[in-house]
Design a protein around this ligand. Sequence first.
Ligand SMILES: [Zn+2]
Ligand SMILES: [Zn+2]
Length: 252
Amino acid sequence: MSASGHKGQYLEILNRFIGRTKFRANTNNPRYGQVFAGNNETRVPIELPLRCRCGHVHGVANEVAPSTGFRLVCYCKDCQAFAHFLERPDVLDAAGGTDIFQMPTGRVKLAAGTDAVRCVQFSSKVFRWYANCCRTPIGNIAAGPRFPLVGLIHSFMSHEADDHSRDRVLGLPLCRIFERSAVGPLPPNAAPPPSLAVFALRGSRLLGWWLRGLGRPTPFFDDFTKAPLSPPQWLTSRERKHWQSTELEDEG
Ligand SMILES: [Zn+2]
Ligand SMILES: [Zn+2]
């Protein structure tokens, strides 16, 4: 059997698995059930306009719906350091959380302004992309072109243009991560803590994207040379310490 034949077979098994999996409500956290209930509504995927604050960098995210991505709120030190590095603390919630929608990289297109797109690294694992024209965070990806996922940051999404509310388009956040790095009390309507079911859901979506080749083409790497769109800026340890007070811990 060919490699693509194998992939098709895996995909069919995966789809059956997802179809059968029932996510039970967590009785310790009533909101957890609500999140799944709310996100299980079938919503037609849309083309979500992407835009930096000044409009120089813009593009589109295709097929965006609660079921085609994974929304989470990350409280890790590096996501906070990234916002402070860009002098955009407004991107963070009151407890230092970043609202992120993880989706297949191949569904994100940058139509204009790529000359202003820059990359910074706070750790060896993650490239953090931003629009240098107006210091707008764009998103986070693994430090290499193979991982099929981009964590788009809400600041680069244009929900106003078509009166799309973030919750309606992306669904509610499915979980929060690294809450021990939160800088204040979490809001009463904070996303639930991660659970096994949520990680299983994320894992199965990620596997599906990989099997279907949805990570390519990526707007952040040259398809041929595999070079990043812009050379990543490595901060000196003094600079890193300035933006983050403790050890690296990263996921978003
Ligand atoms: Zn801009
Ligand atoms: Zn993070």
